[in-house]
Design a protein around this ligand. Structure first.
Ligand code: DC
Length: 237
């Protein structure tokens, strides 16, 4: 199907500013925001509630396929519902934001059956275009045909520093050397995993936020996406 408005894919590692950037880009373009990490977090939460260990790949995979099969995980598509995720009708958007669930999401996202279970849901959410999807494998696996792809990254040192400041501001005890090591270990796990590893799509625009502030990053992405949107609109009229 030819889209009249683009699918905008924003992939990249944790700590590059993806969440804030994606939200602002979606606002500026007037597009729907789809936070795909929230789906992996919801599976991790559902597993905990079902009394499963995240390391039990077979059981968690089966759980995810079951949840997706009966439509138990949904994005709230109502006006103003942007970014909210429902699990069996319950809004779990706040419950999935804990550090513990983030750890679970990182583990369950490496399970092939979990990725398979969530694939269709993501494709449906973006199919018609006019969406900004944030994730790790949007431009490579979920929407290889996305019209506008970005790979947003920053140096390990910058991402570790941002995470350190975030923890400190929350009043959590943090040690920069340790946070740096955690960022490095997570990058390694995400880029080395055999299924849907984190990597830049060949046709993605690389945006390095190490030396840019959020507004500059947003400007760059919006500028490029608007150019793509204009070309699409022209070619479809
Ligand atoms: O972006 P986030 O922190 O909410 O993502 C939670 C976890 O899910 C993270 O460990 C990476 C994983 N993830 C993924 O593997 N693929 C995606 N498209 C989105 C997130």
């Amino acid at each position: 199907m030819r889209r009249t408005r683009p699918v905008v894919a924003i992939d990249g590692p944790a700590g590059a500013g993806k969440t804030t950037v994606t939200r602002r880009v979606a606002e500026r373009l007037g597009y729907t925001l789809v936070d795909t990490g929230a789906l992996y977090r919801t599976v991790a939460l559902a597993a905990t509630r079902a009394g499963l260990s995240w390391a039990d790949t077979a059981a968690v995979g089966e759980l995810a396929l079951g949840l997706a099969g009966r439509g138990a995980i949904r994005f709230d598509a109502s006006p103003g519902g942007g970014g909210h995720v429902l699990l069996d009708g319950e809004d779990v958007s706040a419950a999935i934001r804990t550090q513990q669930v983030a750890e679970g999401a990182s583990q369950v996202s490496a399970i092939p059956a979990v990725r398979e279970a969530l694939l269709e849901l993501q494709r449906q959410a973006g199919r018609d275009g006019g969406v900004v999807l944030e994730g790790r494998d949007i431009g490579t696996v979920v929407f290889p045909d996305a019209e506008a792809k970005f790979f947003l990254t920053a140096s390990t040192a910058v991402r570790a520093e941002r995470r350190f400041v975030e923890l400190r501001d929350k009043g959590a005890p943090a040690d920069l050397a340790r946070v740096t090591e955690e960022v490095r270990a997570r990058d390694e796990r995400d880029t080395m995993r055999p299924i849907a590893p984190l990597r830049q799509a060949e046709d993605a625009v690389l945006v390095d936020s190490s030396e840019l502030d959020i507004e500059q990053v947003v400007e760059r992405i919006v500028g490029h996406a608007l150019g793509v949107a204009e070309r699409l609109a022209q070619s479809s009229s």
